[in-house]
Ligand binder design. Structure first.
Ligand code: CUA
Length: 330
């Protein structure tokens, strides 16, 4: 509407600084590239219409009344107020709708389940079958969290669900946002066209830590993707370790799974290969032993609103041992 047309030039100035791994203007996916192009055409079109309307307004103030005949006024209303907007807006609408078949081509790559959960992303590779009755997503698959690997140039189907509240999965550089809704499965196809690491976000307010619900998306060639999924399928690299014993003794396994140990909790992120992920706490901090220890010690300080309780009551030596062990789980 009028507000959007007025806001466009200001928005353009603000957006001039938008680049990098979370930018919709540096498309790294088929959908994002099309949508960005659509955006620029719409923007240029709305600026042109805005200039035309403002120009007419200025012209009107400079012209004496009754300078035109009634017939001229009628033509202006019919052509300027009717035919012109119908043709321009109708053309843009048809062109935009014509993009949809291209955006809805079927998947030809792997199927990955992504579950939005307060306040992180459960990711399961190579899922098969229909969604289970209890959880909205299929059971099985190779679990990971907060870091989504995708094969370059393939159309990967993402099954989106949630066990708690509505979240929204958005990787601006690769594809538009899609809601993750409890009790149903939404489907989204991602076709990355450029290798790299991109940022994703939760785009639906879901609670205190909504803004800290990020994810990394890693786009690699198919062979590298296959190797990554095979590596994720293996049990933990180190299971006989003082840190592992303390992890189990302090009950961490009630919420977290580390395959190869007795820890098989399903509440929080799978930690089997936590050290191989770039970030901890859903994109919040780089993965290293110091940050893992800090997160265990002051969880709700590092990530306010997080569901995991802080374990600051544990002796620092125990926290350090657990963090050292987790830091070896590549
Ligand atoms: Cu999840 Cu906002």
């Amino acid at each position: 509407g009028r507000v959007a047309r007025l806001a466009a030039p200001a928005g353009l100035a603000l957006l001039a600084g938008c680049a990098g791994p979370q930018s919709v203007f540096e498309g790294a996916g088929a959908e994002a590239t099309d949508v960005a192009f659509l955006f620029w055409v719409m923007l240029v079109g709305s600026i042109a219409i805005w200039l035309f309307v403002i120009g007419l307004g200025i012209y009107a103030t400079k012209t004496r009344p009754r300078a035109h005949s009634e017939r001229t006024g009628l033509y202006l209303i019919i052509w300027g107020g009717g035919v012109f907007p119908v043709v321009v807006l109708g053309g843009l609408l048809i062109w935009g709708l014509a993009m949809m078949p291209e955006l809805r081509r079927p998947a030809n790559g792997p199927t990955i389940a992504v579950s939005g959960e307060r306040f992180w992303w459960r990711i399961a590779y190579d899922v098969e079958g229909e969604p289970g009755a209890v959880r909205s997503l299929p059971d099985g698959g190779i679990e990971s969290a907060n870091e989504l690997w995708l094969p370059l140039g393939r159309r990967t189907e993402i099954l989106l669900g949630s066990p708690d509240v509505i979240h929204s999965f958005w990787v601006p550089a690769i594809a538009g946002k899609t809601d993750a809704i409890p009790g149903r499965v939404n489907r989204l196809v991602l076709e990355p066209t450029r290798e790299g690491v991109y940022n994703g976000v939760c785009a639906e307010f879901c609670g205190d830590a909504h803004t800290q619900m990020g994810l990394r998306v890693v786009v690699v060639p198919q062979a590298e993707y296959d190797a990554r999924v095979a590596a994720l399928a293996r049990p933990a690299a180190v299971t006989d370790d003082p840190g592992a014993a303390l992890f189990l003794k302090n009950g961490c396994g009630a919420c977290h799974t580390v395959r190869g140990t007795e820890a098989d909790g399903r509440v929080g992120p799978d930690l089997t290969h936590i050290a191989s992920r770039q970030t901890i706490a859903a994109g919040l901090l780089p993965t290293n032993v110091a940050n893992i220890a800090r997160f265990i010690h002051s969880t709700d300080h590092v990530k306010p609103g997080v569901e995991m309780p802080s374990f600051g009551v544990l002796p620092d030596t125990e926290i350090d041992a657990i963090a050292q062990w987790l830091g070896r789980l590549e």
